[in-house]
Design a protein around this ligand. Structure first.
Ligand code: MSP
Length: 628
């Protein structure tokens, strides 16, 4: 039997998880369920990443000991995954004793092998937050968390010799085209981190205590990424007395991670495994982000949406549907309340719910709830049957390519085809003619086959809905009363309740001033046409050294990545820039700004006070889409 080991990132339990976190989890869960249905021996790992300065600070804020704090958070995470119908096999906490022991063994092994050496860590330190930041993380030269002054400080620390492994990693990428999905992430790693020269990674700290101690030098704690990444091994018993699970499931078949942690998983993680002489996972899939209309979801912006809130309005399966279906494979997906109500009403209540309802009702009305195949076929049946036959193959192909949103679209295309079949065959008209009784029964039988096939395929994504449909349709014996699968919602009512919950939405809609600027001479259409504007996705961004104003972004435009320097450092941090879809003038003659090559221009609006706002498409658009 094939085995399938799938992992999610372990989340920082520093507060309530928002819908973005749930997306990662639901995505991995649907992949696991899918492989399980294919008869594979599956194991899914998830958990929480409990150590580090941030968590220690959160615990202090909450007036608790760190362990007490993470105990409560871990419990909440387990509850949430229960609500979201996540079928994991193991939940790891990095404070679990077996993990702590294994990480210490791994650290000492690296030290002994010479992969880890003692050196000095230098960075910008914020005393009140007791945290180090890199130059690029600072906001206007100040602490990004509290806005206070930071000091350049040094501390003794251990480093992992990443440089040594870089050539081996590049070779590994080349020899294993399936290792990184989507493939463009590989180029990102090579261009942004490996080509410029990989830095060694600092793997310990002495500035805080909440972490795993280095056994041979106890004033150091192991810094979170070495502690966190190895969870994928320790959860299976690696280095413990019982390595049965490890021997059975390692290497992982699929590791699901978000784009913000791609670097850690695509560079440091395989290097750690090389140093441990262990096989590298088959595939690491990097997904994009769920964003809100006004950009990145964040607690401080007050625009975060939480899964439990959504479940309350829409039900679990609808939420699973939204996140899986709205997230394209290679781009960010925007989620809004309006969109969710629209999807609920049109895809779930109408296309699917109504289809099941009509079919159950007609089977009851015309045949007392039982139909069989009467063989009264007509030409119009052939296309429906072909779609029924082909959909499982199409779904398979999409799932093999990890294109979950597309797989769901295939299933809904089948439901749409069934709806069309009702329009084509008009069962209510057949029912009026006693001689067409066999034909009517055949039509209903075919419909039940189509819906059941779709419902079986839905199991990995919307498990309760799949079961509810199959229970109602049971091989030609339908239930007496159709069960309403999805209740339609009224957008206005939902928005009223949402505004009560999120008052900031109204605040954001304050009236704006107008400004007039000096008019430029008229241009011709040709002059306009000479400029090529496209949508670009910022995949990496950093401050330009020695410049107060400039940020340097790597911008994906179609299949190319352009380097663009912009004077917007006072308005955006590099972290804020990453993931944004922006308007790019792509055929501007390349020029050097502060010695750095710039191959285009990001377009911004500017108000009278000189505030800048990047131009972004108001709907989800692929990187490379022409702006005309
Ligand atoms: N603890 C680390 C991971 C260690 S794995 C060895 C961490 N935790 S996290 O809680 O900050 O993020 C966990 C996951 O949630 C990441 O994959 C991240 O990309 C994902 N998401 C956070 N916000 C998200 C969205 N808005 N949309 C989609 N996924 C998002 O990083």
């Amino acid at each position: 039997m094939n085995k399938f080991y799938i992992t999610t990132p372990i989340y920082y339990p520093s507060g309530k998880f928002h819908i973005g976190t749930s997306y990662t989890e639901v995505l991995a869960d649907s992949l696991k369920k899918y492989h399980k249905l294919k008869g594979e021996d599956c194991f899914m790992l998830t958990g929480v990443d409990e150590h580090g300065q941030k968590i220690e600070n959160k615990a202090v804020e909450a007036g608790m000991q760190p362990k007490e704090y993470v105990d409560i958070q871990a419990k909440a995470a387990i509850e949430l995954w229960k609500t979201m119908k996540i079928d994991y096999d193991k939940f790891i906490r990095t404070t679990d004793e077996y993990h702590v022991i294994a990480v210490q063994k791994i650290f000492e092994r690296f030290l002994k092998q010479g992969d880890i050496y003692k050196g000095e860590y230098e960075g910008w330190y914020c005393e009140p937050c007791e945290s180090y930041f890199t130059e690029t993380q600072l906001v206007d030269g100040k602490c990004p968390d509290c806005g206070r002054e930071v000091k350049k400080m040094k501390e003794e620390a251990y480093f992992f010799n990443m440089k040594k492994y870089a050539p081996r990693l590049i070779k590994y990428y080349e020899d294993h085209p399936d290792f990184i999905k989507p493939a463009f992430r590989k180029n990102e790693m090579i261009n942004n981190f490996l080509k410029p020269g990989l830095e060694d990674l600092c793997v310990t700290r002495t500035s805080f205590k909440w972490g795993i101690q280095v056994p041979s030098d106890p004033k150091h704690v192991i810094y979170v990424w070495l502690d966190a990444l190895t969870n994928y091994l320790t959860a299976l018993g690696y280095t413990s007395d019982d390595e049965t699970l490890f021997n059975k499931y390692w290497p992982a078949n699929c590791q699901v991670v978000g784009k913000d942690i791609a670097r850690f998983h695509l560079i440091y993680w395989p290097i750690f495994l090389m140093a441990l002489d262990l096989p590298i996972p088959k595939t690491i899939v990097v997904h994009n982000w769920i964003t809100m209309k006004d950009g990145k979801m964040s607690k401080s912006k007050g625009n975060a949406i939480y899964a439990d809130e959504l479940v309350h309005y829409f039900g679990v399966d609808a939420v699973r549907y939204f996140v899986l279906h709205e997230m394209p494979f290679e781009n960010d997906g925007v989620i809004t309340w309006e969109l969710m109500v629209e999807r609920l009403n049109s895809d779930l209540a109408n296309t699917l719910g109504n289809l099941v309802n009509r079919t159950v009702s007609m089977t009851n009305k015309y045949f007392g709830g039982v139909v069989s195949d009467k063989g009264a076929a007509e030409d119009v049946d052939a296309d429906l049957k072909a779609v029924i036959d082909n959909t499982p193959k199409a779904v398979d192909a999409k799932m093999d390519g990890l294109r979950v949103a597309d797989a769901i679209t295939e299933i809904f295309n089948l439901f749409k085809r069934c709806n069309k079949y009702i329009d084509e065959t008009m069962p209510w008209a057949l029912a009026k003619d006693e001689e067409k009784k066999d034909r009517l029964e055949t039509v209903l039988w075919n419909l039940i086959q189509g819906i059941s096939a779709g419902a079986r395929l839905l199991e990995s994504f919307m498990p309760s809905t799949s079961k509810k449909i199959l229970d109602q349709l049971g091989d030609g014996h339908v239930t007496e009363k159709p069960e309403i699968l999805f209740q339609r919602l009224d957008l206005e009512e939902v928005m009223k309740k949402v505004e009560e919950l999120h008052p900031h939405i109204e605040e954001a809609e304050e009236e704006e001033d107008v400004i007039d600027i000096e008019a430029k001479p008229e241009i011709t259409f040709e002059q306009f046409g000479a400029m090529q504007f496209q949508v670009g996705e910022i995949i990496a961004c950093e401050a330009v050294k020695k410049s107060k104003k400039l940020l340097c972004s790597q911008v994906k435009v179609g299949s190319q990545v352009k380097q663009i320097v912009s004077g917007i450092k006072a308005h955006y941090t590099p972290e804020e820039m990453v993931g944004k879809k922006v308007m790019v003038l792509v055929n501007l003659k390349p020029a050097k700004l502060a010695g750095v090559l710039s191959e285009g221009m990001l377009l911004c609006a500017e108000d009278a006070e000189g505030n800048l706002a990047l131009m972004t498409p108001e709907k989800a658009m692929p990187a490379g889409a022409e702006i005309c």
